[in-house]
Design a protein around this ligand. Structure first.
Ligand SMILES: Cc1ncc(COP(=O)(O)O)c(C=O)c1O
Length: 425
């Protein structure tokens, strides 16, 4: 893939250093989007590797500059569970947050040292806990009293002393969609403040579990920093002598050019400032960004199959709710462009190919004269798209293509029709 001379920069929704070349064709990671579509087919998730690396460094550097003590950034791997992506973020010095044995398997395969892995989960099975204990992972985040008892029993059986954190539900709601809000009192995640006190006392006498600190995560796609501060303030007086505080993830991203998002530096300043003010200056601070590392590094390429003009103009592509569930789950807004004719005026609905009327990727797209055969690029699809992909209607899942300095490589191949049969008895 040759890097063409670039001529026009794009908005902050697109991967950094993306541009339109002199023909108006999108270049991502130095690769030509039309050539990518030709070579790898569509739909395809395209990820700009340089963008991922820069965002990882931005988190690490911001914590190092703002916090005098030790800090560590863990990638919340649920946002993009793919070993190539994990390996890149590991190379940039991040740890890995996993929430199932599958994500743990990927993290180990990606080469993370077990002590740089942290396990979450509100309903961890004994098998998942056993796998984590046997792998010797760094931290297990206990999500409730049953989880505590089960983890302790399994650690005792193995004769190990496992480092743990307690996940606290602070009773603070971030301004985000209900389905991804987790900090409110009535949440399925974490322990109430009262149960946290009880668990701290309980763990004081535990030979098998070593309580290092507390954890909180109030939700995802949060653009106002104040709830992050308020949630941390709620932990004042809890576990003061514990060395570690994990402040979760949640920084929101821009899905359309109209979205303005806080900088990583401001996000880090809000969290570190609140920790220092309410919990003390000497804590080791852990953070767990997911979306903010990967969303804007990714672009999905589709091919237009049909254009129908009735009440609305319906532009239907070869993907949809099987490769990106976010518009259907959360009403998430996106934008899209015809590759090579960027910047259209005509309003249309960008629809998927699946058998539900709700399968609409962008309700208010503006595409330039869309026609069957056009390649359409949808930016900001690098988080929770590949992660939530499914095979509805028997549509094989798309490949993940990593692009860097004009080179493209397949990180995950396209699923085949035979793959669809692979689990059948
Ligand atoms: C415990 C925990 N940490 C971190 C994250 C990452 O959140 P985000 O992708 O919004 O940064 C999540 C997301 O669900 C989570 O549940």
């Amino acid at each position: 893939m040759s890097a063409a001379t670039t001529s026009r920069q794009l908005s902050h929704v697109w991967p950094t250093h993306s541009a339109l070349d002199e023909r108006g064709v999108l270049q991502v990671g130095g690769c030509d989007a039309l050539e990518l579509a030709r070579e790898f087919g569509t739909p395809a998730y395209v990820v700009a590797e340089g963008d991922l690396r820069e965002r990882a460094r931005a988190f690490r550097d911001a914590f190092a500059v703002r916090h005098a003590g030790r800090s560590e950034t863990f990638f919340a791997s649920k946002a993009f569970p793919c070993t190539a992506v994990l390996r890149i973020l590991g190379e940039e010095g991040l740890g890995c947050d996993v929430a199932s044995s599958g994500e743990l398997h990927l993290a180990l395969r990606a080469g993370f040292a077990p002590e740089r892995i942290l396990l979450h989960g509100n309903a961890k099975s004994a098998a998942e806990l056993a796998m984590a204990l046997d792998a010797g992972i760094g931290l297990i985040v206990l999500d409730g009293l049953d989880d505590l008892e089960r983890t302790e029993a399994l650690a005792r059986e193995r004769g190990v002393r496992q480092r743990v954190l307690l996940r606290v539900t602070p009773g603070v709601r971030g301004d985000t969609h209900d389905k991804i809000s987790t900090g409110q009192s009535d949440s399925k995640f974490g322990l109430s403040l009262g149960d946290t006190r009880r668990a701290i006392d309980r763990l004081a006498g535990s030979a098998a579990l070593q309580l290092d600190g507390l954890h909180l995560h109030i939700g995802s796609q949060i653009l106002d920093l104040e709830p992050f501060r308020a949630a941390i303030a709620m932990l004042h007086g809890l576990g003061d002598d514990l060395p570690v505080i994990d402040v979760g993830g949640g920084l929101g991203v821009a899905y359309t050019a109209a979205h303005q998002v806080p900088s990583v530096e401001d996000y880090v300043d809000a969290k570190v400032g609140a920790v220092e003010e309410h919990l003390g200056a000497g804590k080791v601070i852990l953070d767990e960004p997911g979306r903010a590392l990967t969303a804007n590094a990714g672009v999905t390429l589709y091919t237009v199959q049909t254009v129908k003009r009735n009440v609305s103009t319906w532009v239907a592509v070869d993907g949809g709710m099987a490769d990106n569930l976010r518009p259907m789950l959360y009403g998430a807004p996106y934008e899209a462009e015809v590759v090579g004719r960027h910047g259209g005026e005509a309003a249309c609905r960008l629809a998927g190919k699946h058998c539900e009327s709700g399968d609409v990727l962008v309700h208010d797209a503006h595409l330039a004269d869309p026609r069957p055969g056009d390649v359409v690029a949808m930016p900001a699809t690098g988080a929770y798209g590949h992660a939530m992909a499914n095979t509805y209607n028997g549509v094989p899942r798309p490949p993940v293509i990593l692009c860097r300095d004009g080179d493209a490589r397949v990180a995950v191949r396209r699923e085949t029709l035979d793959d669809l049969l692979a689990r059948e008895a």
